[in-house]
Ligand binder design. Sequence first.
Ligand SMILES: Cc1cc2nc3c(=O)[nH]c(=O)nc-3n(C[C@H](O)[C@H](O)[C@H](O)COP(=O)(O)OP(=O)(O)OC[C@H]3O[C@@H](n4cnc5c(N)ncnc54)[C@H](O)[C@@H]3O)c2cc1C
Length: 419
Amino acid sequence: MPVGARPQRTRALTIPRDPVVIIGAGPTGLTAALALGLRGVPVVLAEAEPALAHDLRAGSYHPPTIEMLAALGVGEAMHQTGIVVPIWQVRDRIEGVVAEFDLSLLRDETPFPYRLHLEQHRLTPILLDRIRRAVPDVELRFGARIEGFEQDLNGVTVQLSDGPLRASFLIGCDGARSTVRRGLGTAFEGFTWDDRFLVASTTYDLGALGFAGAGYVADPTHWAAVFHVPDEGPPGLWRIAYGIAPEEDEAEALRPDAIQSRLRIVLEHSRAAPTGGAFPLNHASVYKVHQRVAARFATGRVVLAGDAAHVNNPLGGLGLNGGIHDAVNLSEKLSQVFSEGADHAALLDLYDRQRRPINVQAVQAMSIRNKRLLQETDPAIRRERLDELRATAADPARARAYLMNTSMINSVREAAAIA
Ligand SMILES: Cc1cc2nc3c(=O)[nH]c(=O)nc-3n(C[C@H](O)[C@H](O)[C@H](O)COP(=O)(O)OP(=O)(O)OC[C@H]3O[C@@H](n4cnc5c(N)ncnc54)[C@H](O)[C@@H]3O)c2cc1C
């Protein structure tokens, strides 16, 4: 050793032998299983339910998410069923369209300059099918609920309802009420909104009333979000999400006549809107919405991703997209541990530093801002904000900069730049 040189600390390279155990076969867990499996990492995916959930929540995928899913080999299947939505609108409930944002302005930034609409329960079978065909070694355990776990320096002993299992790493993709997060004792910091979201869907063609495939309707009381989703195929369904006040009774709000009258109110600016129960209703459900982020995304060998790590209101369609970004980011890191014996502690720390602040600064901030914009009660502030959006949409350079944020391209790039 040269005089004055410090002895280097060396770390023995060890390739883990035990599998990565993923809890939850929602979109985040399935994406993580597929991404890890394709990189040759042994995976066990445990899901409490006997089959995939028929989940109606998410349905809108932003360009970076489509890029990631296409790289995992499911892009074609998603496009076969999904609806391409190049333009989204901001509307005033009374006046109609305030601003239209055209994602084709991003064509130099992404091969997918649009939103793709596809119900969550149509994405998950596509992911599962891809896992079964491309990475049959991924062990799928349905009806296997996580009941507890204990970690030590070398791995994690996981108690599943169908027996114990030794894991090199445990990934909690088990949703907002995550057993894994609770088992870690990690705080889920944030708040729950007082109002809830009612989501109803109709076969009535809102496109004929001038709605783009995605639209946000501003109003102090009767704000709404409108989305065109594929359903069983053309002409598809229109989903309308609106708020129900804290004092409103859920069963009352779900009555078909109550939904019919709210839909008419949301579409009031449009003289062509039908009256008298003319929206054929397909389904309706009520969701509580939260803005919460786990205090840590990784503790030792146990990691959180998707809704287990962060939840937000659905305005902007950011939650599931963020979960897929987590899954892909984490899979790249864990696969380095398996292929090169890379230092897992440093990589999981990097995962936390890349994904957690971005969620707080981008996803939480944007979804809260979207909700406050739509339901602003002060007419002067509302006018000012809508005028600002109108001016942004009218100026291609400003519209492009705005879309770089709302389409999550910036948040993915900013996370990747954190070393
Ligand atoms: C009305 C509404 C609309 C939305 N729209 C959008 C949108 O357009 N775009 C968007 O990006 N996001 C949207 N979201 C958010 C999106 O639905 C969620 O972010 C997404 O479902 C998160 O996926 P996940 O896989 O992380 O969790 P989940 O989908 O919740 O999956 C968790 C899985 O874990 C399983 N599980 C739970 N506990 C256990 C256990 N103990 N053991 C084993 N398995 C367990 C569950 O059964 C489930 O299968 C919306 C949300 C709502 C409420």
